[in-house]
Design a protein around this ligand. Structure first.
Ligand SMILES: Cc1ncc(COP(=O)(O)O)c(C=O)c1O
Length: 413
């Protein structure tokens, strides 16, 4: 029996869907605790992509023959599934990109370059992934806009009481992560959006860690842009999503230029295709889009609320167990305000050494700055080790993490 403390999920059935989990690493059952970096993929997703390549591989949107029509239909169905998954009004608002990073760069370049000017302000938070910070630094430099930062408190919560001071008529955009990939903090995006709208600012949400782990509805949140990655939500690498409000996307100039994104091309001037194609230059990631559509079906069938509840129970258990390890520093807020991501440091052992010892015990965790160097500086930790959970994580894997950490203590005593 696979141990579980999360009765919402039929964990044995779920684990049977993921071929990669049925293996040993260094003589131990694999405990994959790095889903924040990239999730594992169920067989149905792998098979959907395999089926495309074996049975109807062809380029989309241009062919009039059967295979191309089949490929186009499968890709457009995937777009509709993604739209429904996040509560978008129309599938035309779903732009397929490579990943969260490209989605944010698209907004920074296409919207930012044509809407920001000297004196405008962009509000981000101190806990942003480099993907939701560096593009804004570059665009601020290019346009003369300035960055402001929403600070965090010692537990890794956003200091919301600072919002009125930080927001002004000059604030044109608030770019915030819905869930921190280091601290696990789930940010109150809805409340932040209410404040941002009062000064007329748009809101971009980095959903890289939220969309895979709990139900996200763009209309309920009342936001303007949402960016996320397929590979963190049981889908393949190479496919990401930018959702944007139709009227904003329509008013934006293109990001990348070339095939598919045009309506009419002359030697000196061209005009642009309708949404979503205006933002999808060149041949898209067809198999990957189909794989993502399948991943969305898979997650929806399991149920996003059940996934979130199970992860919270696992996180509660993990935090309790880890708190019992002498010399372990835990980062982030209490469980009610976080998702299944736990960053920690063990005495003065370097997190890379911790991760290497854990690997010898079959436990895969990440170590480093997690693409959040400014956040690391705030916590005065050049790096942390990080364990993260998903729908296939078991209590036994958390126990394996804890016993691996005890071994680590013995080795470095
Ligand atoms: C919060 C957050 N934003 C953005 C990203 C970037 O995602 P990708 O590398 O898929 O573009 C990540 C990846 O870890 C993330 O955790």
């Amino acid at each position: 029996m696979t141990q579980t403390i999360a009765p919402q999920l039929d964990i044995e059935r779920i684990r049977a869907d993921f071929p990669i989990l049925q293996q040993q690493v260094n003589g131990y059952p694999l405990a994959y605790l790095d889903s924040t970096a990239s999730s594992q993929k169920p067989a149905v997703v792998i098979e959907a992509m395999d089926r495309y390549y074996r049975r109807y591989n062809a380029n989309v949107h241009r062919g009039v023959y059967q295979l191309s029509e089949q490929a186009t239909e499968a890709m457009e169905q995937a777009r509709s599934k993604v739209a429904r998954f996040i509560g978008a009004k129309s599938a035309r608002e779903i732009i397929f990109t490579r990943n969260t990073t490209e989605s944010i760069n698209l907004v920074a370049n296409a919207w930012g370059r044509s809407n920001l000017k000297h004196g405008d302000r962009i509000l981000v938070t101190e806990m942003e992934h480099h993907s939701n910070l560096v593009p804004w630094q570059i665009i601020a430099d290019a346009t003369g806009a300035e960055l402001d930062f929403m600070p965090i408190d010692g537990s890794g919560r956003l200091a919301l009481d600072e919002l009125p001071r930080l927001l002004s008529e000059q604030t044109k955009l608030v770019a915030v992560t819905q869930m921190s990939n280091v601290l696990g903090t789930i940010n109150p995006v809805k409340a932040i959006t209410v404040e941002a709208k009062k000064v007329g600012a748009l809101v971009l949400v980095d959903g890289a860690q939220s969309v895979p782990h709990f139900a996200v509805d763009v209309r309920d949140l009342d936001i303007d842009f949402l960016a996320f990655s397929g590979h963190k939500m049981c889908g393949p690498t190479g496919i990401g999503v930018l959702w944007g409000r139709k009227e904003i996307l329509q008013a934006m100039p293109p990001f990348l230029a070339g095939g598919s994104m045009i309506r009419q091309v002359g030697l000196r001037r061209s005009t642009w295709n309708d949404l979503p194609h205006k933002f999808e230059a060149g041949t898209p990631a067809i198999a990957e889009a189909i794989g993502l559509g399948c991943a969305v079906d898979y997650l929806s069938a399991v149920g996003m609320d059940a996934i979130h509840a199970a992860e919270q129970q696992l996180t509660t258990y993990a935090l309790e167990q880890l708190a019992g390890i002498d010399g372990l520093t835990l980062y982030g807020p209490p469980v009610a305000e976080r998702g299944g991501v736990i960053s920690f440091n063990l005495d003065d052992v370097h997190p890379h050494d911790v991760a290497a010892v854990l690997d010898r015990h079959g436990v895969a965790v990440r170590a480093g700055h997690h693409c959040c160097q400014p956040l690391m500086e705030i916590f005065n930790a050049p790096a942390t080790a990080r364990a993260s959970f998903y729908l296939y994580t078991t209590q036994a894997e958390i126990d394996q993490l804890v016993s691996g950490l005890e071994k680590c203590k013995e080795i470095f005593r």
